[in-house]
Write a protein that binds this ligand. Structure first.
Ligand SMILES: [Zn+2]
Length: 405
């Protein structure tokens, strides 16, 4: 029975993810989407830097649908709205024989369900899961998650969209095929064939009953043969961590207030969410065996070189930059998080800030854990950026060994 339940759970997960992940959803499509697609930025062409340039193509997409929005009630657990059957569907058996109920924001023994397009190799599936596991060991294993891997074949991506649709229709009585499934205005996986990239979609929605996160990886920008695929996977998993610490449900109507957006750092102002995912993903990648000692410093120096002058030459503060800004908010945001963690320690950010976020909201949690208001911290950050590049770089850990090569 547990196995059946686990299967049903997996199915559910798959279905609900899709609608949130895309940048060009129309208003009737939902969800929060953090998508990485660096390939659109013509200014940078070095292939190992793709993660740094997602801004042109990334979007947060909240959308619609009606009414019963628990957005005001951050600590509310939606389990009460679900039938016993649905709750049962989230029961999974752990390797040690115990069982657990997978719930939003709770760490779990459950492994993510993976759905790959038919042209994606088992090797790519294994690679994706390997890096998912590294992220989940470092930051905690949060669920429910559905991972979708898109290949190069359009028909295969369309088939995956159909599969997603059918599965979620079966798993959630409130799933609305007309807007939750792919349609002429709402691509779920097919755009990755041309655009590539990676994304996380959050399906914690007012109109659906089955909550889940969707993590999408594709065949390019980065592809599974590129080193960037690994830190990008960690970057995406950090978005899962961020969203797992927020219980608010949002509607699919972008006109509605969505507290989830506020807690991520503001609607379409991804300084904190993308900066955090980028710095944490790159930092964790840098610590893995086989990654060269100077990796993190090189990545962060590249971000500085790409974005510092442009950022200082304009007068939009970091927390007002958008995905569409000329300045790469991922780059400067990553430096803000590096600055923050250098000053406050990683646990103040990871456990302190995210632990208090749902109860207190963004600004109050910020102040409680970083002993300063957002405004004041951002002023300090501007002063930090006024230093020489050597002084800026000095907050990063030195490599433990000298690389002579
Ligand atoms: Zn991201």
């Amino acid at each position: 029975m547990n196995r059946l339940n686990a299967l049903a759970f997996a199915l559910l997960l798959l279905l609900s993810c899709l609608s949130g992940c895309i940048g060009d959803l129309d208003a009737s499509n939902d969800s929060e989407s953090d998508s990485e697609n660096p390939s659109q930025d013509g200014s940078e062409n070095d292939s190992d830097d793709e993660l740094d340039d997602p801004s042109d193509n990334a979007s947060e997409n909240d959308s619609i649908v009606d009414s019963d929005n628990d957005a005001d009630n951050g600590s509310d657990n939606d389990a009460g709205n679900q039938s016993d059957e649905q709750l049962d569907g989230r029961v999974v058996e752990c390797l040690d024989g115990s069982t657990t109920v997978v719930q939003w924001g709770q760490q779990t023994c459950a492994t993510p369900e993976v759905f790959a397009a038919s042209d994606v190799s088992q090797e790519t599936v294994n690679l994706t899961l390997e890096w998912y596991e590294i992220g989940s060991i470092a930051w905690g294993n949060y669920g429910p998650i559905e991972i979708y891997i898109i290949g190069e074949n359009l028909s295969a991506a369309e088939e995956l969209e159909d599969e997603y649709c059918e599965r979620h229709k079966a798993l959630d009585d409130n799933w609305k095929e007309e807007w939750d499934c792919a349609n002429a205005n709402y691509q779920i996986f097919t755009q990755y064939i041309e655009e590539g990239g990676a994304a996380v979609g959050t399906f914690m929605k007012a109109h659906t009953e089955y909550d889940f996160s969707m993590l999408i990886m594709s065949a390019k920008y980065p592809g599974p043969d590129e080193e960037d695929y690994k830190p990008v996977m960690l970057h995406e998993y950090f978005h899962i961590y961020q969203h797992a610490h927020i219980q608010d449900k949002c509607t699919d109507d972008s006109r509605d207030v969505c507290l989830r957006d506020d807690k991520m750092g503001g609607k379409n102002t991804p300084w904190f969410s993308e900066g955090g995912a980028e710095f944490m993903g790159q930092s964790l990648y840098a610590q893995q065996p086989g990654v060269h000692d100077n990796y993190l410093r090189e990545v962060m120096e590249r971000k500085l070189n790409h974005s510092l002058d442009g950022y200082k030459a304009q007068d939009i503060r970091l927390d007002n930059l958008t995905y569409q800004s000329d300045v790469n908010v991922y780059d400067v945001g990553a430096w803000f998080i590096a600055f923050l963690i250098h000053n406050e320690g990683e646990s103040a950010f990871l456990e302190g800030f995210y632990g208090d976020l749902d109860e207190f909201g963004f600004d109050a949690s910020f102040e409680r854990n970083f002993n300063s208001t957002r405004d004041s911290y951002l002023e300090d950050f501007e002063l930090f950026l006024d230093q020489s590049r050597e002084e800026i770089m000095s907050i990063l850990p030195e490599p433990t060994t000298v690389n002579d090569s």
